[in-house]
Design a protein. Structure first.
Length: 256
């Protein structure tokens, strides 16, 4: 069997929503759900292993090691008296078959707890190192949810695609008669982006009806901003050098 699920606990959950955030561009989804787990004291209850993950061994701080895996946590949000099941992990499978298989395994577990809604958090890549404010885009499996996305200030997408498990899990959820929503935070795609992660979390909170403190993500962004500043300066210098090289080429063209 190419996937193995280890159930560490079988919690009793109340009207759970599956929230998905796996590593991708800018680590937007991963950072977002890691913050969610930390903020609300999420507890690990299931691990999913797969032959489809890249062939790496994770070395831990205590000197031990483990395989790459996806993880499922549960947590309770008092503001809405509801539980969340959170899917995250070290990586996404390196091929489409693995991404389909792991998405299905995660949905199997969520469905066993009678989850009816899946919300994924992902990146909307702009390839631009622009400064905040950051827009959040959204897409849903069912058109009746579109007005709610508009109501909470999300820009509804009407074209394009979402690659990887953060998008795939919604399509597979729809086949199970579950509803799905994806929130995508604007990011350059060049650097880790805590601000984009925070923006998607705030959209999640508005959608489900609770408040999420993202101050610590904003603090992390300060470090990233310094790096981005250096990257912009590097880009400026490269463009200047290219311009100079172009002028020199023009000059050489007149030599006979």
């Amino acid at each position: 069997m190419s996937e193995k699920v280890i159930m560490l606990e079988k919690p009793v959950l109340h009207e759970p929503v599956l929230v998905v955030g796996l590593p991708g561009s800018g680590l937007v989804g991963k950072l977002a759900v890691d913050h969610l787990i930390s903020l609300f004291g999420g507890k690990l209850f299931a691990e999913i292993y797969s032959y489809r993950f890249p062939p790496y061994l994770v070395i831990k701080q205590d000197g031990s090691s483990r395989l790459l895996r996806n993880e499922l946590y549960y947590l309770h949000v008092n503001d809405i008296n509801q539980d969340l099941i959170v899917l995250t992990g070290d990586a996404q499978p390196s091929d489409p078959v693995g991404q389909y298989a792991l998405s299905d395994r995660a949905l199997d577990i969520a469905e066993s707890y009678d989850a009816k809604l899946v919300v994924s958090l992902a990146a909307y890549i702009t390839y631009s190192l622009s400064s905040p404010p950051i827009s959040v885009y959204g897409v849903t499996t069912h058109s009746e949810l579109v007005p709610k996305l508009q109501q909470i200030g999300v820009k509804v997408m009407d074209e394009g695609n979402i690659s990887g498990m953060n998008g795939l899990v919604l399509g597979l959820a729809k086949l199970r008669n579950m509803k799905g929503v994806c929130f995508l935070g604007e990011t350059s795609g060049y650097v880790v982006d805590p601000m984009a992660a925070g923006a998607t979390l705030e959209a999640l909170g508005r959608f489900l009806g609770f408040t999420i403190d993202v101050k610590s993500l904003q603090e992390k962004q300060k470090e990233v901003s310094e790096f981005v500043k250096s990257l912009r300066e590097f880009q400026r210098r490269v463009e200047e050098e290219r311009a100079k090289a172009g002028e020199q080429a023009k000059d050489l063209g007149y030599i006979s």
